[in-house]
Write a protein that binds this ligand. Structure first.
Ligand SMILES: Cc1cc2nc3c(=O)[nH]c(=O)nc-3n(C[C@H](O)[C@H](O)[C@H](O)COP(=O)(O)O)c2cc1C
Length: 416
């Protein structure tokens, strides 16, 4: 029989720890997010459907993105025990400069449409965290404003080669003048991918007020308030546009761009040059011959070719064969700091995050991006400690097995 007694007030006192309620709603919301998935859920609640789907969605059946995320989930880690991991060092050098963490912010277009603080929030958060920030050609803040938001930090400029070469090169010159140290040339967009969510939502830039969008706006009043009371959306590099996103992309992108153009761009740019969107070993080899400083193994977050190769699966062979030819950066599908640790262990020098930071932005502006970075940093540090790796250099392929769900049916298909 359990002996019971009446609790005394002095026993209860230490159990009653009422916290003062957090009055700052944004902080309260963000403090309750422990993962990037949590930030995504908050973002979805707070952002109108069209911009949320533009960010969250991918091309066609969205298989490329789902597979890339699944590949990270299908990792098995192999921890080493009894190592002194009382302090872990997450810093690294990439493209001739420092980064406090093994990831930077990927270039994303139309960022102020997701949340009004947009690129400035991203660049400010990158500055505070000591990581590089990438501004897209389709950015909605100017090159100079981004430079001012990240003083002393590293900015990279992402270039889409337009049909109008002079205007693209004028942008590149502006970026060089503003101190951007790296040019990311994106090569996986000869045409825009079929983003079916956008077509179904009738997505336009800027978002248009139809009966559907007005109804959807009611529970997302703060977004509309911000949108209507801050600078109208303008592009860093374009004049106003009032068509659909798909029409804009098709007008801008130049399907004739080839390796000679890449050589030509590399000659113009004074800093480091990286090709973003490499998806085969053959192309990884060809750009090594051009002498670029780095590549981004990426399928554009699944937003271009659906059923594209999974960058994380390409990584081991590219690292093995070409790891000395240039620096290898990886993106697509990163939702957890452990994904980044696995990528570094398998040979990536660096990674980029797209949606992971955009969910933070939509959940709470600048503070939301800070929170996303803090979540990833915590996951990276904890995973490194649990793996027994006190620095990024201590990580190696022995720490990771990629469990494979999808394997090529025969030798012909075995491209990776
Ligand atoms: C909303 C959105 C806009 C993007 N815009 C660009 C862009 O303008 N230029 C570019 O090179 N990549 C762009 N990307 C691709 C990202 O740079 C990056 O490759 C991708 O987001 C990585 O996948 P992740 O979102 O799973 O991290 C965009 C991605 C998203 C989600």
């Amino acid at each position: 029989m359990v002996q019971r007694r009446i609790p005394k007030a002095r026993d209860l006192a230490p159990l009653l720890q009422f916290k003062r309620p957090e009055l700052d709603g944004r902080k309260r919301r963000l403090d309750a997010a422990y993962t990037i998935e949590d930030l995504r859920r908050i973002a979805k609640r707070r952002t109108p459907k069209a911009p949320f789907d533009y960010t969250d969605g991918a091309a066609e059946g969205e298989l490329s993105l789902a597979r890339a995320r699944q590949a990270f989930k299908d990792i098995e880690f192999h921890p080493a025990i009894l190592r002194d991991v009382s302090a872990v060092d997450t810093s690294t050098t990439i493209l001739g400069g420092e980064s406090a963490l093994p990831f930077g912010i990927a270039p994303t277009g139309f960022t102020r449409m997701m949340q009004t603080e947009g690129e400035i929030a991203g660049a400010g958060a990158a500055c505070a965290a000591g990581i590089p920030y990438s501004l897209s050609t389709m950015g909605t803040s100017s090159i100079e404003d981004v430079a001012a938001a990240n003083p002393g930090g590293r900015n990279w400029f992402q270039l889409y080669m337009w049909k109008d070469r002079d205007r693209s090169m004028a942008l590149v010159e502006r970026a060089a003048k503003a101190g951007f140290d790296t040019l990311l040339v994106t090569v996986d967009v000869p045409v825009g991918g079929a983003r079916l969510r956008d077509s179904r939502n009738g997505m336009t830039i800027p978002p248009s007020l139809t009966l559907k969008t007005v109804l959807n706006a009611a529970p997302r009043a703060e977004w509309w308030f911000d949108f209507l009371t801050t600078e109208p959306l303008a592009f860093a590099s374009l004049d106003r546009w009032s068509g659909t996103v798909a029409q804009l992309l098709d007008t801008m992108f130049d399907p004739t761009v080839d390796f000679d153009d890449l050589r030509w761009i590399a000659e113009q740019w004074p800093g480091k040059i990286v090709v973003k969107g490499i998806q085969t070993i053959e192309d990884a080899r060809r750009v090594a011959e051009i002498g670029v400083d780095g590549i981004v193994l990426s399928n554009h977050g699944g937003r271009q070719l659906d059923r594209a190769p999974i960058p994380f699966r390409l990584l081991p062979q590219v690292a093995r064969e070409l790891g000395d030819a240039y620096e290898i950066i990886l993106d697509t599908g990163i939702m957890n700091g452990a994904d980044i640790v696995a990528a570094v262990a398998m040979g990536a020098d660096f990674t980029l995050i797209g949606r992971a930071y955009l969910y933070g932005l939509m959940a709470g502006g600048r503070q939301g991006v800070d929170r996303a970075i803090e979540i990833l940093r915590g996951e990276i540090e904890r995973t490194m400690k649990l793996l027994g790796a006190p620095s990024l250099a201590d990580l190696g392929p022995e720490h990771v097995t990629q469990l494979q769900r999808l394997v090529p049916v025969d030798g012909v298909g075995a491209r990776v």
